[in-house]
Design a protein around this ligand. Structure first.
Ligand SMILES: *Cc1c(COP(=O)(O)O)cnc(C)c1O
Length: 399
């Protein structure tokens, strides 16, 4: 059924099983090149591989099924998340679709009502075609959650912290409820990465990533990954990724592995700045509300402090002056670049109502609590003083 997998342990003799996550991220696969002893893992672009002879396949035969560069990234991500195996896909949405499209026809999927816009579009499109039965709920509302779990969905999708309101879900508690109802749990860990949160250790069955964001971290790759806790499920995902052809490109995997090297230091630095920025915004009279789990006033602060290693570098805030203020802010802000996406070394600002969440429609945005005055920040690696000065320029314009 599955393709023969190479023994990647051969490629990583320097980093045994007990290596700590920082070591895995910065050096997994280093020095493993058997041909020339290259320190940085080489990139294999070849689409196909020679057979050693008649009926004698090698570890790899065809690039859709397996690629040494992509597998090295998959191994590193599986190790970081504490999973049994991973599949690296061509985008974050391809990763989610890999999981969804492998479910039996008509299977129930429970997702948060405020999930990532592209995820919502994908789930709705699959539901409209009768491929899944979709339920959207506020996963913080335990009565609503219990009612949907009674319908025994096959899969519960979780995003924590959520986008863009940074709502925090108690993964362990939700996983226990889902398990009791016979559902599998997949956590989209894009916002925090395994550097800050490890959902499998909290009871999830799968972790999903848009590697486009923090894992690559340089805003120059679109990619994704699914990590499974269970070896048989990891095999099944690898099999299905080859069947539907959603595996990622080797060059993208190579760049992402290169980005992964600095994941821990990037996120550590970025979240320090995010904390300072959250405090600065919370004290400003032009700001009505700040959504950052690192603030003691955030409703999910206690859960975040317990289940996360840090509070991350994403935050959002609402201006007191409504939509007009949001426009003036965006037109005057410095240092932050107006763009969708997140997790890169450069700071970005987004206006969810007209950008990331425009497709959602006004009514659904109102239900999810996404106002026209809401702005989302992805805090990068620029000097803290420049980040604050950039925000102050925006705040001055909407006073
Ligand atoms: C960006 C993102 C995705 C989708 O990933 P792509 O790489 O853009 O396909 C899914 N979930 C979250 C939380 C994201 O931020």
């Amino acid at each position: 059924m599955t393709e023969r997998q190479p023994d990647l342990a051969d490629l990583d003799r320097a980093h045994p099983d007990h290596a700590r996550p920082e070591t895995v991220a910065s050096a997994y696969g280093v020095g493993g090149d058997v041909a020339f002893g290259a320190v940085a893992p080489p990139i294999y672009l070849s689409s196909t591989y020679t057979f050693a002879g008649y009926d004698a396949p090698r570890a790899y035969d065809y690039g859709r099924a397996g690629n040494p560069t992509r597998d090295l990234l998959a191994e590193a991500l599986a190790r970081l998340e504490g999973g049994a195996g991973a599949v690296v896909t061509s985008s974050g949405l391809a990763a989610i679709d890999l999981l969804i499209s492998g479910l039996p026809a008509g299977a129930g999927v429970l997702a948060p009502h405020d999930c990532y816009g592209g995820t919502l579009r994908l789930l709705k499109a699959r539901a409209e075609r009768g491929q899944i039965a979709l339920s959207l709920v506020d996963q913080g509302d335990s009565a609503a959650l219990a009612a949907v779990l009674e319908q025994r969905p096959a899969l519960v999708l979780v995003e924590t912290p959520s986008n863009p309101l940074m709502r925090v879900v108690d993964i362990a508690a939700l996983a226990a409820l889902a398990k009791a109802a016979g559902a599998q749990v997949a956590v989209d860990n894009t916002f925090l990465t395994p550097a800050m949160q490890r959902p499998l250790a909290l009871g999830a069955d799968y972790v999903i990533h848009s590697t486009t964001k923090y894992l690559n971290g340089h805003s120059d790759v679109i990619g994704g990954a699914v990590i499974a806790a269970d070896p048989a499920k990891a095999d099944q995902l690898r099999y299905w990724a080859n069947v539907v052809g959603s595996t990622g490109a080797p060059f993208d995997a190579w760049l992402t592995l290169r980005g992964l090297r600095t994941l821990f230091v990037r996120l550590d630095r970025q979240q320090m700045s995010a904390m300072v920025i959250a405090g600065h915004l919370a004290r400003h009279r032009a700001v009505a509300r700040v959504h950052y789990p690192g603030l003691a006033s955030h409703p999910g602060h206690a859960i975040a402090a317990r289940q996360q290693r840090g509070f991350g570098a994403m935050l959002s805030f609402e201006l007191a002056g409504g939509a007009q203020a949001a426009r003036r802010f965006v037109e005057s802000v410095g240092t932050f670049t107006l763009a969708e996406s997140l997790g890169g070394v450069e700071s970005l600002i987004a206006h969810p109502a007209t950008m990331t969440h425009a497709d959602m429609g006004e009514e659904a945005r109102a239900v999810a609590g996404i106002s026209d005055a809401l702005l989302r920040l992805s805090v990068g690696l620029e000097a803290e003083q420049d980040l604050i000065a950039g925000l102050d320029a925006g705040l001055a314009a909407c006073a």
